[in-house]
Every structure is written in C-alpha cells, then in structure tokens.
Design a protein. Structure first.
Length: 362
C-alpha cells in the first residue's frame, strides 16, 4: 500500500472522530453526513442516494446504477456518548485514539478511500457502500430501512471491529419491561401492604433455575436485569409498584416466544411489555463468499482468521434475516464505548487491502 493511501485513511479517521454524532445530536449526525457527501462528490461518475428518517441520515454509493450490487459494504457514523475531549483525535504509537475510532470511524475512512480507488478503475467492480447514522440505537432507521426500501446485495459485510477475524453469528436481542404491582403501607407495618420487591426476588429465582447466571464467556441466552426502580416514595413506605427492565440476548435454541413465556411464568401478575426486539445474525461460515474472504484475509495476515460468534448485535443481521450471507469484518483495536478507545493503523491498512482484493472479484 502506498503511503498516500495510508495517510489519507488516518486523516479521514481523525476528521470523522471530531463529529459528536450521538443519537440526540441530529445536527452533528447531519454534519457528519455532509462531510461524507462532500468526499463522495469529489469522485466522478458514481451513483449516490442520500436519505433521512427521523433525523437519522444515510447515504448509499454504488459504482454502477443498481440497487443490488454483488458486494455491499456497510459502516455507521453514529457514536455513543463521550466526554468532549474524546472527540479530539490523537495519533500515537501506531494507533488512532478517540471516540468511535474503532467503532467505526476507521472503517468508514477505509470505505471512503476504497470507493475512490475502485471508481478510478477502467473496469469497475460491482460494489456498494452504505453509510448509516443510527446503528448504535438499533439500526431501524438506517440499515433496516435501506434494506426495506430495496437495497440488496449478494454478499453483505458490516465493517464492525473484529480484529480482522470473521464474525458469522451473533445473538438476537430483546428488552422486556415489567411493572410489578404491590400495595403501599407504612414501612413499620409491612403486613398491611404488599411489597413488589419480594415478587421480583421470586421471579428472579425462577429465571436463575432455568438460565443460571454466567461467570465465564459461554455462547448461550442471557437474561440480565439492568434497571430496577420503585415508585417515588419515602424510605419508610412499602412501594406500591416496582419497574424492572431486562436485557435479553438470545440464541436460536431459545427464541423470543420461549423467553416471553418464561418471563410470564416468572412474573405471572406483572404488566409486561417488549420495548425492543431484534433478530440475530446467522450465516453459514462455509458459504463460498465467506470462504473466499477467509482466504484473502489469510494471504494478507499470514494466518487463518478466527471464525466466531458475538454476544452483541450488529446491522449485519438485517441482511442475514432475508437470506443474504452477511458477516462482520473490521480492524484491530480496543476500548469499545470506553474512555480509551483506539484503532490500530496497520490493521486499517490491511482491511483496505483485504476489501480491495475482495471487491476486485465482485
């Protein structure tokens, strides 16, 4: 790889990190989309579609006039919240530090430079590029919307951070909100009321019997209570109700219907609401497209990539859900969503080379 390509990927990553595109900052999301659009506008004779839903912008660029390229690369430019100083990029020791450097401004930078270089070829490959602004809050207004509006492909890659390994599966997600009703009473006379905290404890015991709490990494369904709130009350009052939110990550062995039944069994008298539900990712790691990619990675890395399953969700699930082989492949780094996020510059260069070789076969 020429130093100019590498240098531009670093510069683009740093520029993108400066945008504070959290979910409620529609102005920053729009500015980030403007920045991407301005770069795309410098590339002659490509096809660009920009759209927006509820303040969440998205752009799709293709090298041919099609809504279904053979290969679709996907990157998101929205981020999770951070301190202001985390949006000031720093380059040191072969790394780029800053919010979303690994997740996934570095990958978006690779996509932009790759698009420019592929567009300059006399025979352009059949590749599309999706840039979306709402992956961190579920993807419904970005990648899912684009899919539903007719953007298809034969092979889909979300450039989520994977340390240049291949993520071919991940869990589905479901957030369940329960309200356990009690009866208020003076704290000194609890027998005159009904304390919903005890109902919560009993229900958690039922869940623990079926799905014991994990203390090591195992790929199976988890049911995690994350938010517990009682009604606003005094310290000396039995609460009249209790609200609890569960973050459920499910595998194919325990689909949402089974888990909903478990929750109703554990909390039979609770008011029950599923506030969000998302499918998992499942792609055959032996699929020819996936194996071709693995061979390319091996050539560039000098070793076979790891095939693995992830616990959190990605936008790749929207395409695997309709039968399109979809995987995640992205750079090396660490500190996802933390105070010290970074991406390895060498791995961005290798990611570019891997995707370039794959694209040339499309």
């Amino acid at each position: 790889m020429s130093s100019s390509i590498r240098d531009e990927i670093v510069a683009l990553t740093c520029d993108l990190i400066r945008f504070q595109g959290v979910a409620d900052r529609h102005d920053e999301l729009a500015a980030n989309a403007d920045h991407i659009a301005a770069y795309l506008a410098t590339i002659p004779d490509i096809f660009i579609e920009r759209s927006e839903a509820d303040g969440k912008p998205a752009l799709v660029a293709t090298l041919h006039e099609t809504r279904s390229p053979r290969l679709m690369l996907n990157g998101h430019f929205d981020v999770v919240a951070a301190r202001p100083e985390q949006f000031v990029p720093a380059v040191r020791d072969g790394r780029i530090y800053g919010r979303a450097s690994q997740d996934m401004k570095g990958s978006v930078a690779v996509m932009l430079r790759l698009l420019k270089d592929l567009a300059a070829l006399p025979e352009r490959p059949d590749v599309g590029f999706q840039f979306v602004g709402d992956e961190e809050i579920g993807g419904a207004l970005g990648t899912q919307r684009l899919r539903d509006e007719g953007w298809g492909c034969a092979f889909f890659i979300a450039l989520e951070p994977t340390d240049l390994n291949i993520c071919y599966a991940h869990k589905g997600a479901m957030w369940v909100e329960l309200r356990l009703l009690g009866a208020a009473a003076h704290g000194s006379k609890p027998w005159q009321g009904r304390n919903p905290v005890f109902a919560l404890n009993q229900g958690l015991n039922v869940i623990e019997d079926r799905l014991p709490e994990l203390h090591e990494e195992i790929y199976r369904t988890t049911v995690t209570p994350t938010v517990v709130q009682t009604a606003p009350n005094s310290r000396n009052q039995v609460p009249p109700y209790l609200d609890v939110t569960f973050d459920i990550r499910w595998t194919e062995e325990t689909p949402p219907e089974m888990l909903s039944a478990l929750m109703r069994e554990a909390f039979p008298s609770a008011e029950f609401k599923v506030s969000r539900s998302g499918t998992g990712l499942q792609t055959d790691p032996q699929h020819p497209y996936v194996q071709q990619l693995a061979q390319i990675i091996t050539r560039h890395n000098g070793h076979t990539p790891q095939f693995y399953r992830e616990h959190f969700g990605t936008d790749a699930r929207f395409y695997s859900h309709i039968g399109v082989p979809a995987i995640c492949l992205g750079p090396v780094g660490a500190g996802l969503h933390s105070d010290e996020e970074w991406v390895d510059i060498d791995s961005l260069a290798r990611l570019y080379a891997i995707l370039n070789e794959l694209a040339l076969s499309a």
